[in-house]
Structures are given as structure tokens and as C-alpha cells.
Design a protein. Structure first.
Lengths: 219, 230
């Protein structure tokens, strides 16, 4: 059984540590906020200018001046703070964010990521993704292992325009948890009931399997 | 030191076709609604707009796109605007996409007298094409240049007659760095008060950056993605 989007987010939430400042991208990464383990305090940064982002507002309480980077109405938690865009990216570029979680179209086995443009089809822009991947110490990519028609998205080399080079260290896909090292995609965990062979078939880039690979545990 | 003008129409006097404008806001949050509206009522054309986003089809900078008043857009993300995509794919609009943090810093640098600087964002991507690469601490960086605008149009929550500004929540975003980088900066505010009435310790943008200020009217503050807790 491959992981659902919620389960990918749940697995990524296990990587959070107490005291972390975390930037969550749009899509699956946003869901990580729903699974922050008990007893752990993290502060969410939204690159449009906020630390301490809280949940969506109660019905009827939405404030047009208070949004996240996905332009969704949100709230601010006690201790939260607002700032301008230049200050926000100074935090990011300066290495003050402990963990960045973002989505991707493709990742290569050397850690390149493509996530912002499909030539001739979609030109929306990179937003803050290039700044985030170039600067963050610790980046986790949340993604589907293959496209809808079964093509691998974990490649020897990205085919789409890049967002950043040699910057991704970890991937949580619907099939596996992988670390990227000089050897390629090192398989750390597999989704429950998914075999190493299944993952091998779904991975075009170099896959490294060392010993027994445990199943992903979702508490 | 009274910088107050009557309204948006008076505030945008002097903007000419072909000029470069910075327009504050993130998405539709904190955009200078009154000034944008006033520009739609002019014959201004061939504008270059520097703004993080391009509005939506029928609001924000989308209104200027509809009227074909923009020749070139410099932005980081333009995903919410179908008319934008149409004009872009038909070659009617020139677009330069810039990583968001680099865009913010280029505005900041423009206002701070820093002509250029190095950042890691975009190295190895198409953003790096034609740019000088230099390694610092073993990591490649791109040389990026400061941005200035003929006019910067920004929006704040409260302002005083000296141009000192306070923003509300996340509506600060690009408004502050852009305020510093306009040769002429126009601030529109929801509430304009006499100098001395705002707490000087709470000011976000000091009035030195502001050329003209006015109290706007009829703010729509449209929400792009209304999300509420279940």
C-alpha cells in the first residue's frame, strides 16, 4: 500500500524536533502542520512575512491582511510576529530555518530538484522555492514516486528546468523514505506492503539498498 | 514636511508611459488598490511593473493587464492569473521571473545604495543565465543587481502626514522594501493621522522614503483563498 498524501505528511512530521523553525511549502508540505508530534514545539515560518503561523481561522473570522505563502487565510499563534519580505528571506538565506519541506516534479540522484516550470505547459514562477532550496540546511521533499502514467520522478537527471542543484538530502514519497548521498538514492524505509523490488522499478536513478529495509511506521 | 495629497489621481501625477513601477503586496494582500484603480483610468501604457505577483484576472495588477497597460512584468509567481498566461504565451507581454527572496533583496538594495550583491538562489538554473558566478565558502553564488523604480506604489494600514507608516499583519510583505526603492514613492493608507499621533517606536517604514501620502477609500481587500477551520 502506497502512502496517502496525509500519510506522507505524517511521516515527515516525525522528522520535526523540538525548537525547530520550519518552512512548509504549498500542497502536501502544508499538511505536515496537522501532525506535529505531541510535546514538540515548532514555529512555522511563512515566507510572505510571518513566524508562528497558526491554523486556518474559525468560520467568519478570516482576515484579508493575514495570509500564508499559498494566499490562504490563516491565524497567528501567541509569540508570533510579522515582518517584510526582505527580512523574511534574510532569515531563509541566512540559514536560520531548521527545516524546509517542499514538493517537487522531479528529483535527481545527485540532489537536483525541478519544481517550478513545465515548458510550454505551465509557467507560474518559482516563488520562494529557489531561495529556499539554495539556502536551507535541511530540506525534505514530499512527492509522488511516479507520475500518473507510471513514469519515475526519481531520476538520474532531471528533465524539467531546475529549481536548485545538489541541494536535496531527503525524500518522503508515497513508496519510500530515501536519503540522497554520493552513491544515489539510499533506501531507508518502504511503505507498508511495498517491496524493495517495487521501489526499484519505480526509481530510474541509482537506488542503493543496504540490508533489510524496514517499513515506514505511522504512529 | 506635509506630504499629503488629496487622492489617488493626484498621487499618480507624473507617471508616464514606459516608466517602471514597483507595486507592493503579496498576492492581493496589501496591494495599493486605489493607485492601481487610478492608473486604469488613464491612458498610461508600456509600463514595466515590478511586483511579486500579477494580481488575478479582475483585480489588482490583473486590471492593468486586461487594459494592456503593462509591457513587462517582473515577478516571482504569476500563477493566479489566466489573462497573464494568455498574454505571455501569445508574446504580448514580456516577463522576467525572479526568485522571491532575490526580488525582495534587489528592492532593498535599491533603496539602501547597494548596487549589486551575491546570493546562492538560482545557481545552476535558468535564472543564472548570463550572470556572474563567484564562489564564497565553497558555495557558488550569483551576482544580482539592485532594482529602482520611477514610482513605487505601496499600501499601509496607518500613516501620518510625514509619511511614517505602520502595516497590518502580513500586508507588510514587499511594501516596505519597495517603499525604499522608488525615486518617487506613493503611500496609500487606510487611516491618515497628523504627525505625532503614531507611536514612533512602532513605525515600520520611516517617512523619509515616502514622497506622497493619501488616505485611500473603498478598500475591497479581496481574499484569494478563503480557508477556514472545519
Amino acid at each position: 500500500m502506497s502512502l496517502t498524501k496525509q500519510q506522507i505528511a505524517q511521516r515527515i512530521a516525525q522528522e520535526l524536533k523540538d525548537g525547530y523553525y520550519v518552512n512548509l511549502g504549498i500542497g502536501i508540505p502544508t499538511l505536515v502542520a496537522n501532525y506535529i508530534p505531541e510535546g514538540i514545539e515548532v514555529v512555522l515560518q511563512s515566507e510572505n512575512g510571518m513566524l508562528g503561523m497558526g491554523p486556518f481561522p474559525q468560520k467568519g473570522m478570516a482576515d484579508p491582511d493575514l495570509i500564508n505563502a499559498g494566499k490562504q487565510t490563516v491565524t497567528l499563534l501567541p509569540g508570533g510576529v510579522y515582518f517584510d519580505s526582505a527580512t523574511s528571506f534574510a532569515m531563509i538565506r541566512g540559514g536560520h530555518i531548521d527545516l524546509t519541506v517542499l514538493g517537487a516534479f522531479e528529483v535527481s540522484d545527485t540532489g537536483d530538484i525541478a519544481s517550478w516550470k513545465i515548458p510550454g505547459k505551465m509557467v507560474k514562477g518559482m516563488g520562494g522555492a529557489m531561495d529556499l532550496v539554495a539556502a536551507a540546511k535541511n530540506i525534505i521533499v514530499a512527492m509522488q514516486h511516479t507520475s500518473k502514467d507510471g513514469q519515475s520522478k526519481l531520476l538520474k537527471q532531471c528533465t524539467l528546468p531546475l529549481t536548485g542543484v545538489k541541494c536535496i538530502k531527503k525524500i518522503v514519497s508515497d513508496l519510500a523514505v530515501l536519503e540522497i548521498t554520493d552513491e544515489g538514492f539510499v533506501l531507508l524505509e518502504r511503505a507498508p506492503g511495498v517491496s524493495v523490488e517495487d521501489i526499484q522499478k519505480a526509481t530510474e536513478g541509482r537506488l542503493v539498498v543496504k540490508g533489510d529495509v524496514p517499513e515506514i511506521k505511522l504512529v | 514636511m506635509n506630504k499629503v495629497v488629496k487622492n489617488a489621481k493626484e498621487a499618480i501625477a507624473g507617471i508616464k508611459s514606459g516608466m517602471t513601477l514597483m507595486v507592493g503586496g503579496f498576492g492581493l494582500c496589501g496591494i495599493p488598490e486605489n493607485c492601481i484603480m487610478a492608473i486604469t483610468e488613464t491612458d498610461l501604457r508600456e509600463l514595466t511593473c515590478i511586483s511579486n505577483n500579477a494580481g488575478v484576472d479582475d483585480f489588482g495588477l490583473g486590471l492593468l493587464l486586461q487594459k494592456k497597460q503593462i509591457r513587462k512584468m517582473i515577478a516571482s509567481y504569476v500563477g493566479e492569473n489566466a489573462e497573464f498566461e494568455r498574454q505571455l504565451l501569445h508574446g504580448e507581454l514580456e516577463v522576467e521571473l525572479i526568485p522571491q527572496g532575490t526580488l525582495a533583496e534587489r528592492c532593498r538594495a535599491g533603496g539602501a545604495g547597494i548596487p549589486a550583491f551575491y546570493v546562492p538562489a538560482g545557481y545552476g538554473t535558468e535564472v543564472a543565465e548570463g550572470k556572474e558566478v563567484r564562489e564564497f565558502n565553497g558555495k557558488p553564488h550569483l551576482l544580482e543587481h539592485a532594482l529602482k523604480a520611477d514610482f513605487a506604489l505601496i499600501k499601509a494600514w496607518k500613516g501620518d502626514t510625514h509619511g511614517n507608516l505602520i502595516y497590518k499583519e502580513t500586508a507588510r510583505n514587499f511594501n516596505h522594501p519597495m517603499a525604499t526603492a522608488g525615486k518617487i514613492t506613493i503611500a496609500e493608507v487606510e487611516e491618515l493621522v497628523p504627525a505625532g499621533q503614531l507611536d514612533p517606536m512602532q513605525i515600520h517604514t520611516p517617512g523619509i522614503y515616502i514622497t506622497r501620502i493619501f488616505q485611500g477609500t473603498d478598500y475591497e481587500k479581496r481574499i484569494e483563498q478563503l480557508t477556514e477551520s472545519q
